[in-house]
Design a protein around this ligand. Structure first.
Ligand SMILES: Cc1cc2nc3c(=O)[nH]c(=O)nc-3n(C[C@H](O)[C@H](O)[C@H](O)COP(=O)(O)OP(=O)(O)OC[C@H]3O[C@@H](n4cnc5c(N)ncnc54)[C@H](O)[C@@H]3O)c2cc1C
Length: 199
């Protein structure tokens, strides 16, 4: 197999996250290393990639350097994957031709040795650059969903789950194989530690 469609032109963006990353990882060395990797057309580092000026760097390079893939080495994708995908989309690049790699939670924050942290960050960036070459453009679509849920088992856990789902507006089907609900709790008189009447 070969990487998808066009020849990849990858932009790599290494975030300092203030001192969160740059206090442990040599971001300049990581950027320099990234610039030597195959398919990499542009490599930059910046104080806060998630900021508006940081995102503008990416957008400008998509336009001016003809990037068709983007890698950001920064924090957890849980934090800012959506941010960077949106930035790519706003610059006309399919948002899924983007790869994030986490050099904060999974590198700088859990390292005590700057040299080793920097080497690990290089490896993470290298893996992301290799991976993004295989990405294919995806299209988002919306499908209608039925806002209902099925909960199997009406012990205390199933009852609680059913109530929470119902409170969030879902229609809930609660299925119990026994003639009555309550599970183990319904057989207990008083329960530890509150001595509440379980039933
Ligand atoms: C003797 C004893 C004393 C305890 N004392 C305490 C205490 O003092 N304080 C405390 O906090 N906890 C106590 N516990 C623990 C507590 O009772 C359980 O943690 C709790 O009841 C577990 O609830 P549950 O909903 O996860 O499971 P369960 O109560 O086991 O409920 C599971 C339900 O799912 C149903 N079910 C299973 N399979 C299916 C299926 N295929 N289709 C449909 N229905 C299905 C079962 O019939 C049951 O009603 C005690 C437990 C025991 C046994």
């Amino acid at each position: 197999m070969t990487p998808t469609q066009d020849s990849p032109r990858v932009g790599v963006y290494v975030c300092h996250c203030g001192t969160n990353i740059a206090g442990m990882v040599d971001v300049e060395a990581v950027t320099e290393y990234a610039s030597t990797l195959g398919n990499v057309a542009v490599a930059r580092h910046y104080a806060y990639m998630c900021s508006d000026p940081g995102q503008a760097l990416i957008k400008d390079d998509i336009h001016n350097a003809g990037l068709n893939r983007v890698v950001v080495a920064s924090c957890s994708p849980l934090m800012h994957e959506t941010t960077f995908r949106r930035a790519c989309g706003e610059a006309g690049l399919n948002p899924f031709l983007f790869q994030m790699t986490n050099i904060r939670e999974q590198c700088s924050w859990v390292s005590e040795d700057p040299g080793k942290a920097t080497e690990k960050a290089k490896m993470l960036v290298s893996a992301a650059v290799s991976r993004v070459a295989w990405h294919a453009p995806l299209e988002m679509r919306q499908v209608a969903v039925k806002p209902s849920a099925l909960v199997l088992g009406a012990g205390i856990a199933g009852i609680e789950a059913a109530l929470r789902l119902a409170d969030s507006g879902k229609h809930v089907y609660l299925v119990e194989r026994e003639p009555s609900i309550g599970g183990h709790m319904s057989r207990l008189y008083k329960t530890f530690p509150t001595l509440d009447c379980a039933a």
